[in-house]
Design a protein around this ligand. Structure first.
Ligand code: ADP
Length: 363
């Protein structure tokens, strides 16, 4: 199957009535602020919604149109694509959209104009590509171990797929690694085949900042729109138990994300934040044209040396952007008004229409 052709996407866009565009997305993840932001900017909105999950969109009144599907993955079906195009839709991707539609379908046969760069989504999903992009940017990442025998300090062990931290563990020697693997297998949290794909990296002891960036193609500028930190179960509960009791309770730590909270950083750290955002955008332009256009997120740890180390990237709006649906400290600095990530996306689309540059924002 051949890749979705940009000329064809542009010709679909040319056929749209620009006075009557719809901003559409899959009803999940960050769709509430994507749709609300579009409404704020005067666009019509559509939610592609799994049957039975309509309530939040109805009650928050963010969707003008509903395309009801039996299951999330139906968003890539031919009829749904036709309905979206009839509404002059631009689809905004998010984490659930990528997970349910699937990268192959998005890259090869989802012929609906999408905001941002559809080709870069694979670069966050595959650990080797993600590492290449971050490394090429010259951004500090945790050291990676190819062999458990080489473990010489605290490491965190992760497994493939989007599993939200389930089954991840910390170890500091090869023996401990083997013990923990056996414990995870006993709990049925990992399968035999996961073991050879275990990703082992340096454990960074620090504080967590997930930085929500927006790269504006029209301004050629990287904006910091918000920051969050994560609630993770059960590790957050475990650390509330005094150290002397932790061993006795015998709980195995896990890193399952359960929520997000907005945070701000020490002001003196902000130059590093802009530096890593700028670097990533520069590297992405060369490696995955047209680049890291639109929203992206770098998940970082800040050490006690005040060094920001990036352990993960989202190449689209990240779930933590839900912490600033009505704006953040940083979006206030930049815009002086409420500005969610969803609203920022629609703001860019609106400007693209005005300046006749919409095709630069879409793939
Ligand atoms: P996933 O993308 O599968 O959810 P992450 O890479 O985001 O997994 O890791 C889940 C959590 O594990 C992070 O939010 C963080 O708390 C912790 N973590 C991940 N990598 C590191 C690291 N190198 N050092 C310390 N903690 C880490």
């Amino acid at each position: 199957m051949s890749k979705v052709n940009q000329d064809e996407i542009v010709s679909i866009l040319d056929g749209y009535n620009k006075e009557d565009l719809t901003i559409a997305t899959l009803g999940s993840h960050t769709s509430l602020h994507i749709l609300k932001g579009a409404q704020n900017k005067g666009f019509k909105t559509a939610v592609v919604c799994e049957k039975g999950r309509e309530v939040p969109y109805q009650r928050f009144k963010v969707a003008d149109e509903y395309i009801i599907i039996d299951k999330f993955s139906d968003i890539v079906n031919e009829e749904v694509q036709e309905q979206l195009k009839e509404m002059n839709s631009i689809v905004v991707p998010h984490g659930s959209f990528v997970a349910y539609a699937g990268l192959d379908r998005i890259e090869n046969d989802f012929y609906v104009p999408m905001f941002g760069n559809r080709d870069i989504l694979r670069w966050e999903a595959e650990r080797d590509l993600e590492r290449k992009l971050i490394k090429d940017s010259g951004i500090r990442m945790p050291y990676k171990y190819d062999n458990p025998e080489d473990i010489d300090r605290a490491v965190i062990v992760k497994f493939p797929g989007a599993r939200g931290g389930k089954g991840y563990f910390v170890a500091s020697s090869a023996e401990e690694f083997e013990e923990r693997i056996a414990a995870m297998q006993e709990r049925n949290w990992i399968e035999e085949e996961d073991i050879s794909h275990a990703h082992i990296e340096e454990y960074i002891s620090g504080t967590n900042f997930c930085v929500h960036f927006f790269y504006s193609v029209l301004h050629d500028e990287v904006e910091v729109l918000g920051m969050d930190s994560r609630f993770e179960s059960n590790i957050d509960g475990l650390v509330r138990i005094p150290a002397k009791d932790q061993l006795e309770v015998g709980l195995d730590p896990s890193y399952v994300i359960t929520g997000n909270h907005p945070v701000v950083m020490r002001e003196s750290l902000l130059p590093q934040v802009f530096d890593i955002g700028d670097r990533l955008v520069d590297a992405a332009k060369n490696l995955v044209p047209p680049g890291m256009n639109g929203p992206f997120c770098l998940q970082t740890m800040c050490t006690d040396n005040l060094e920001i180390i990036t352990f993960e990237m989202s190449a689209r709006t990240d779930g933590g952007s839900n912490t600033f649906m009505n704006g953040s400290a940083y979006s206030y600095l930049l815009f002086g008004e409420e500005m969610s990530m969803g609203q920022r996306i629609s703001h860019e689309i609106k400007k693209g229409i005005k300046e006749n540059k919409l095709e630069d924002l879409i793939t």
